[in-house]
Ligand binder design. Structure first.
Ligand SMILES: *[C@@H]1O[C@H](CO)[C@@H](O)[C@H](O)[C@H]1NC(C)=O
Length: 601
């Protein structure tokens, strides 16, 4: 479909904005990657489904490369974990990641019975990278030469790592990439910044060198415009899957590594609270001296420029999308301010685009535990906005274990799931109810409290209705963890199953009766007999993180006790239930469920 394309220019007279239709981009259903060359003259689009690279120059088609016909590799990776599409400085070559060719015949050739042919290997299991990455197994780095129309799969990546997040060195003679260890087996990578990985440099002759340490987790390499400094994020291996990260700088001239931003264990109020999210694709100011990024600070997200905090109060969330020629593009919103783009020239006055939405009055209370290892920002959220519009007051709780409050807070949850987090949420709900009474607003009805959550938030919601059976009048959960003991064998992040209950993990770990007992004891299934609230379960049939059989366990135990339960199974969805029709279906069902059981019509 067509879309609007904005171009900002900065010259002596200040900022100017032009806008035109762009009709050549493939529609959103057609997965694609796109990238502008450094000068902005060339735009490359990779159409993942058809396997084409299309290069545009000033809105004229310049070149089409048919990757499928060249047949050097499998499908191009478009995900945020491995995927990249990077122009070389000379603007003639593109670096990207694709699935390596599976040489089915190879192992057959070395086998004893040559007449068996391919079918012999057809059923051999290929490990994948788990939730959201199920079609990804063996990534390779590829270079497309736009002028020559050729593709080369780069050789020399160490065999124990899977490469991704590639970028070119300034001279175009080598590339940098992150390599993730895939031995002894692959663990889920999505939302997990705790996987062993390192930063590598590979030249086009196939010589590879590890630049970072190799005992931590590395991501988001970004090269300064002058080509001298490489910054990247570093974190611990195992433990909570999203932790406070440090920003490291590799000086390509002196080959020295220094810490630019350290892990924050206990942030002081109103101070920088640490780094928790990937760096934007471009984050360097043009002087190669400053890095700009956004990060969580308690319940807010802010853009950090030259490591001093942005002070604007109007928005609860400032997310830096990119910075180019010192023009920052920031996505801003607040709980009651719809998102808009703010274009800002390194700290000066800005142009804002967008619409205004007015705040709304409220009535009942809807409590949402999220996370852990993620958080609710004070940002625009359409689900929340519509619930408020429908008359619910919405409480979203960043209980201890959520990001944005320092590393100590994140680590405090390990071993305490099902108790510390449950108490935090319940206390927040009681505080919200008490606050309202104290202010004589009396708009919140303590007899009309419902709870909703997904994943660990679903685990918490089920704990809450089990531990406080008379308090919550209805519950809606998306892919909840119900029985951590049975989840152990099916989750793509088996390490977190151990860490969450306070046990160490190693790849060769075997379950013990004690470990399984701890997991079971901390699970909401043990409270199932107490549950009174009607439960709406929404499950993704292809969820690799929390198997849909988790929700089914609760469904059966409630059914057998005559407790009201309704189950929606989205056979084609994964953990995030993110398909558009699924989201709409879930939202409407949740609202109707709450209204029905609160007797609101
Ligand atoms: C938006 O809010 C809903 C609750 O109203 C919550 O379930 C969902 O996770 C939120 N989304 C984000 C991105 O925080």
């Amino acid at each position: 479909g067509a879309r609007l394309h904005y171009v900002f220019n900065k010259d002596a007279r200040g900022l100017s904005l032009s806008c035109h239709f762009q009709s050549f981009l493939p529609s959103c259903s057609n997965r694609f990657l796109s990238s502008y060359s450094l000068s902005g003259d060339l735009k490359a689009v990779v159409r993942v489904t058809s396997g084409q690279v299309v290069v545009w120059s000033d809105r004229c088609l310049k070149k089409i490369l048919d990757l499928s016909a060249l047949n050097k590799h499998g499908r191009v990776y478009e995900d945020a974990q491995f995927g990249c599409l990077a122009w070389s400085t000379c603007e003639s070559r593109l670096l990207y990641v694709a699935e390596g060719k599976r040489s089915i015949g190879e192992s057959y050739a070395s086998a004893s019975s040559p007449s068996a042919g391919e079918p012999r290997d057809k059923s051999v299991y290929w490990e994948d990278w788990g939730e959201g990455l199920t079609s990804k197994s063996v990534p390779v780095l590829c270079v497309a030469d736009v002028a020559k129309g050729t593709v080369t799969v780069l050789q020399g990546v160490p065999s124990h790592v899977s490469p991704g997040q590639g970028l070119w060195a300034h001279d175009g003679e080598s590339v940098f990439f992150v390599g993730w260890w895939h031995e002894p087996f692959r663990l889920g990578l999505r939302f997990c910044s705790n996987r062993r990985s390192a930063l590598f440099c590979l030249d086009l002759e196939g010589n590879c060198e590890c630049l970072s340490g190799d005992t931590s987790s590395v991501s988001s390499p970004r090269l300064s415009p002058d080509g001298r400094y490489l910054v990247y994020l570093e974190g611990q291996v195992f433990g909570p899957h999203s932790q406070c990260l440090s920003m490291q700088q590799y000086d390509l001239e002196t080959r020295k590594i220094s810490v630019l931003v350290d892990v924050v264990n206990r942030p002081k109020k109103d101070e920088f609270a640490g780094l928790y999210e990937a760096l934007p694709p471009r984050c360097w100011a043009s002087d190669s001296q400053r890095v700009v990024f956004s990060s969580a600070r308690r319940n807010w997200r802010q853009t950090v420029q030259s490591f001093s905090l942005h002070s604007a109060e109007k928005f609860g969330s400032w997310k830096l999308l990119t910075i180019q020629n010192d023009l920052m593009v920031v996505h801003c919103s607040h709980l009651n301010e719809a998102p808009r783009l703010v274009i800002q020239y390194c700290g000066h006055s800005y142009i804002a685009l967008g619409i205004e939405v007015t705040p709304i009055q409220r009535a009942g209370l809807c409590s949402f535990p999220g996370g852990p290892h993620s958080q609710f920002f004070a940002e625009w959220n359409v689900t929340t906005a519509v619930l408020v519009k429908l008359g619910f007051a919405v409480l979203m709780v960043n209980y201890r274990g959520s990001t944005g409050f320092g590393q100590d807070s994140i680590l405090s949850l390990a071993g305490n799931i099902g108790s510390q987090d449950v108490k935090d949420v319940q206390r927040a709900v009681l505080t919200a109810l008490a606050d309202q009474t104290a202010e004589k607003l009396l708009t919140l009805d303590p007899d009309k409290v419902v709870v909703m959550g997904g994943s660990h938030g679903g685990f918490l919601a089920c704990h809450l209705i089990g531990q406080f059976p008379d308090f919550y009048k209805a519950c809606a959960v998306r892919n909840p963890v119900i029985n951590a003991a049975t989840l152990l064998g099916t989750s793509d992040i088996v390490d977190w199953r151990y860490s969450s209950v306070g046990l160490q993990y190693s790849y060769d770990q075997l379950p013990t009766p004690e470990a399984l007992t701890t997991m079971l004891q901390k699970s909401p299934i043990t409270y199932a007999p107490q549950i009174k609230a009607p439960v709406l379960l929404m499950l993704g049939g292809k969820d690799r993180r929390v198997s849909p059989y988790q929700g089914l366990e609760l469904y059966r135990s409630l059914k057998s006790r005559g407790s009201p339960v309704r189950l929606l199974l989205f056979a084609e969805d994964a953990h995030s239930l993110a398909r558009v029709d699924t989201q709409a279906d879930c939202f409407l069902n949740v609202v109707l469920w709450f209204q029905q059981h609160l007797y609101l019509h």
